[in-house]
Design a protein around this ligand. Sequence first.
Ligand code: IMP
Length: 196
Amino acid sequence: MKNRPKIIFLASGNPHKIEELRQVLTPLNIELKSTMDVDEPLDVVEDQPDLQGNALKKAKAWHDKTGLPSISDDTGLEVDALGGEPGVYSARYAGDNPTYEDNVNKLLAEMKGKPNRSAQFRTVIAFVDGSDQYFFEGICRGIIINEKRGEKGFGYDPVFVPERYEKTFAELSSEEKNKISHRGRAVQKFIEFLKK
Ligand code: IMP
């Protein structure tokens, strides 16, 4: 990267992601814009075979549209006993337009009776600036428990207990989760890169 950008575009309208990133970019004097600041929506289909492909596709599409250095992330839950599934299909594990609960129920059904409970969340961030492309990966290992616990968070949080913890992600505060989470770690790597 030649110069540290003054504005970065986040290819997402998720208020949690926007806030999380804004908090770490503000001390670097970098303004964050997101799809919330754009009038015309851009529907990027996440049809790539892996997390890196989807993240890059979204970041590139928004970079082409806005002309701004753009970042995007894609996350998957990779369960060892299921050969890495649901992985890149985590959002639609239980079929078309499932709720988070549908996906969690399907996961618990697939994991029934499986002794190996280990799993990981993995996030890949893609950053596109002109013709340059960079990737940042964050991993959080843990286990899938047998029943849901906790009300916070989203997605598979109620059944995922991170390593060295007893609580599920859905029982931790967002600050505690961000410190150790896959996305938090990928964002930290991106910030280190921007600081260089
Ligand atoms: P996305 O790439 O951030 O849209 O994530 C894809 C899917 O992975 C989501 O629909 C969730 O089901 C799941 N997911 C992503 N991040 C998390 C997390 O931090 N906790 C639980 N589930 C997550």
